[in-house]
Every structure is written in structure tokens, then in C-alpha cells.
Design a protein around this ligand. Structure first.
Ligand SMILES: [Zn+2]
Length: 413
């Protein structure tokens, strides 16, 4: 029996594993049930013949990195390794196991039940990205059941905190765990016939506007920070228009443009009362940086634009703070690794694979930048990520499992 045949014969096993994963409600923030899910994942990898280790993030580092509200939520990363005799190259599979919080009314009441209906599994994390974990576990089982050995050493990592900033997840793993991959697959970002060969970077800034308080009945005596902020926000329309003229084509011919999203969290600070002239206001900027842009230059341009805009507004004093950033990444799809993956996708799906760049980011950049290795994104994906009724399609879970198994057993590096 080939791995693909085995997978076709065991759809229920795959769905049951996904359901178990969904039932650990690993909501982040704050980072719930990490201990439980990583213990389970460690067992599952060990059962499949991988030498597995769970790393707990040291308490001191956790306290220095996370806000106080998260200090009682330990962080873990799981690493499994499968050595193949005679192989000198290593293929790394990665997925994050945390999920975003839930809100709204769900079709199946409990978003952590993993209910199935008409070929879909519903629940928080099914699409992002516990479905990928279930597919990979199935692929490992199927390769063993078929009596095959992977062509390369395998590393499998299940990491924390991707939904916040990955600092103690994949960011920690690449620096501190003993891994030495030659190729990496982050199991999200590409789905269907599209293989992800890179993603945008992010630059997140907060702009504070400083005014002067006064009594609400004497507004002319103050400087209204909210009104200054409104003028500043309007004046950025020109900058948005400029960004919209900068285009870049990904390998599949899709056109990408850098973007800015203004908003996020607004603050008026203390003393923001109806009868007080607001002395403080702030907003956030989410600038997406294309893979071919120079990240530092993009930041400099945005800061210069903001300062110039503020100078045009009378008495508008601002400070710009960096909240966080992630660097874009891109691997040329001409690399043999990408060719092999395209072959697997095309054979399993019977449609030609194509390469695209994701506008959102994931953990690919850690592998791509830290190890400077070809890194791709591919998984079963789904619908309504981060939203109500998030779901993964069973057909796609099976297809991804077959693709992973096919890649393990055909690509030799
Ligand atoms: Zn994700």
C-alpha cells in the first residue's frame, strides 16, 4: 500500500486527530493549555518513531519577554527528529499550535469541539493551523505503514505564540534548539495549487499626538490632540496613493503593492472626558513591506512622511514608537526544493502548482533568514481564519497529508 492509499483509507483517523488538537483550546493571548497540547504532541511524534524533545522556555526569559498578564502561562516548543541512515540533508516541517481568541456566535456552539459537517471540520484553529499538524502526523504514519523510509533526515517542530510575535516560539527555536535544516516547510501560507515562496514584512508603529488640556467650555485654551490626530490621519492619504503606484509581480504573475492600515488601537489617555480638551491621542500604523523593498528604507520613508505631515499642521507635536517588525522573505522558486514540491502538489492534486507570495506573514522568515535556506509555505488551510466558523476541508487535509508524504519519500535534496 502506498502512503497515499493508506491516507485515503484512513480519513477518520486524520479527522479524529484534528478534533483532539482543536479540543486543547490553546488561545493566545494569554497562551492557554500549552502544557497539555505539547505533552500530547510529544507523545504523538514519539509514537511515530521520532526522537522527540519538549523545550520549556526558561521562566526568567518568559518574564522578560511577555507582559505580566501572561507570566503564569508557560511556553513550550516541541522538536522531533528522525535520522535516516546515510542521509546528510535535513527537511524541517514547522507548525504553530496556538490559536487566536474566539468571539461571536458559532454554528456548532462550542468553537473547541471540532464538529464535522458536510466534509468540513469546524473549530478555532482548524484552518490556522492545527489541520496542518493533523495532516503531517498522518503523513508520518502513512510513510511508516507503507514500509518506506524518508529520503532525508526529518525535523518536526510545533511552536508557540505565532499569533502574537513568535519570539518564544519559532523565534526561540531557530536560535536555541538543536536544529540544522537544509530545507524548511512552514505548513501554512500556501494552499490548493499555490505554494508560498515568501511573504510580506510588517512594520508596526504607534504615533502619539501631544496636545494641551483645557476645560471643555474653553477649548481655545487647549491644544486638541484628537483633532490634530484626525488632520494627520487625513494627510496620509497622499502617502497611500504613492504606495499604490509601486507594484511587484510574484512568480505566478499576481500583482502586489505595499500597503498601510491606519487604526488598530486608539487612545486618548487619562483625563479623556467629555468636558476636557484631550491632551493626548494615539493611533497605530500597519505598514506591509514587499519582499523586494528595503525594510529600513521603508521605515525611514514612513517616519519622514509622518514628521513632514505633522509640520504642516499647526501645533501638532508627535512621537513615533516602534511596536514591532517582521522581515519579508522570498526564496526563488527555481531552487530544486521548490521544483520537487511543485511536482508533489501537481501529482497529488492533478493540477499545475504555482508559486505565490503571501500578503500576511507567518514563521517562514525565521528559517529563511536565520539558516538562509529555501523555505516554503504549504498546508491544507481552510476558511474564515481568525473569524467565526473557522473550518478546514477534509479533502484538503488528506491532500496535504499525501503531499507531505510524497515530498518526504521522493525529494533527496
Ligand atoms: Zn497561522
Amino acid at each position: 500500500m502506498t502512503p497515499a492509499e493508506f491516507i485515503d483509507h484512513h480519513p477518520t483517523a486524520l479527522v479524529n486527530q484534528l478534533r483532539q488538537l482543536v479540543q486543547f483550546s490553546t488561545v493566545n493571548p494569554p497562551g492557554k493549555n500549552y502544557h497539555e497540547i505539547t505533552a500530547w504532541l510529544t507523545r504523538e511524534l514519539t509514537k511515530r518513531g521520532l526522537a522527540t524533545r519538549r523545550y520549556q522556555i526558561p521562566r526568567g526569559l518568559l518574564r522578560r519577554t511577555l507582559p505580566p498578564a501572561q507570566h503564569d502561562y508557560p511556553r513550550y516548543n516541541v522538536l522531533g527528529r528522525y535520522e535516516v541512515k546515510g542521509a546528510n540533508r535535513t527537511l524541517h516541517f514547522n507548525a504553530h499550535y496556538d490559536v487566536v481568541p474566539v468571539s461571536g456566535k458559532w454554528r456548532h456552539e462550542n468553537p473547541f469541539s471540532g464538529a464535522t459537517e458536510k466534509g468540513w471540520v469546524y473549530g478555532r484553529g482548524t484552518a490556522d493551523m492545527k489541520g496542518s499538524i493533523a495532516s503531517l502526523l498522518m503523513a508520518l504514519t502513512a510513510v511508516r505503514a507503507a514500509g518506506l523510509t524518508p529520503n532525508m533526515n526529518l525535523e518536526v517542530s510545533f511552536t508557540a505564540d505565532e499569533e502574537t510575535d513568535s519570539e518564544l516560539g519559532t523565534g526561540w527555536l531557530v536560535q536555541h534548539a538543536r536544529i540544522r535544516p537544509d530545507y524548511a516547510i512552514v505548513m501554512e501560507g500556501g494552499e490548493g495549487r499555490a505554494v508560498c515562496c515568501g511573504h510580506n514584512g510588517t512594520l508596526w508603529l504607534e504615533v502619539e499626538v501631544h496636545g494641551r488640556p483645557a476645560h471643555g467650555s474653553l477649548p481655545h485654551k487647549g491644544i486638541n490632540a484628537l483633532e490634530k490626530m484626525a488632520a494627520l490621519v487625513r494627510s496620509l492619504d497622499d502617502y497611500k496613493r504613492i504606495l499604490a503606484t509601486r507594484t511587484w509581480k510574484s512568480p505566478n504573475g499576481r500583482c502586489h503593492r505595499p500597503t498601510v492600515n491606519l487604526g488598530g488601537v486608539f487612545h486618548c489617555g487619562e483625563g479623556a472626558k467629555i468636558n476636557t480638551v484631550p491632551a493626548h491621542a494615539s493611533f497605530t500604523i500597519d505598514r506591509r513591506v514587499l519582499p523586494q523593498e528595503d525594510h529600513a528604507a521603508a521605515e525611514k520613508e514612513l517616519r519622514t512622511t509622518l514628521r513632514a505631515a505633522a509640520r504642516q499642521i499647526p501645533q501638532c507635536r508627535i512621537t513615533i514608537n516602534k511596536i514591532s517588525e517582521n522581515f519579508a522573505c522570498f526564496s526563488a522558486p527555481s531552487d530544486p526544493f521548490f521544483k520537487a514540491m511543485a511536482g508533489c502538489v501537481s501529482r497529488v492534486r492533478r493540477q499545475r502548482a504555482q508559486f505565490d507570495v503571501s500578503s500576511g506573514f507567518n514563521d517562514m522568515h525565521f528559517f529563511s533568514h536565520y539558516f538562509k535556506i529555501p523555505t516554503l509555505g504549504y498546508g491544507p488551510g481552510g476558511q474564515d481564519y481568525h473569524a467565526v466558523d473557522e473550518r478546514a476541508e477534509i479533502k484538503e487535509l488528506l491532500a496535504s497529508a499525501k503531499i507531505y508524504a510524497e515530498l518526504m519519500t521522493t525529494f533527496a535534496g
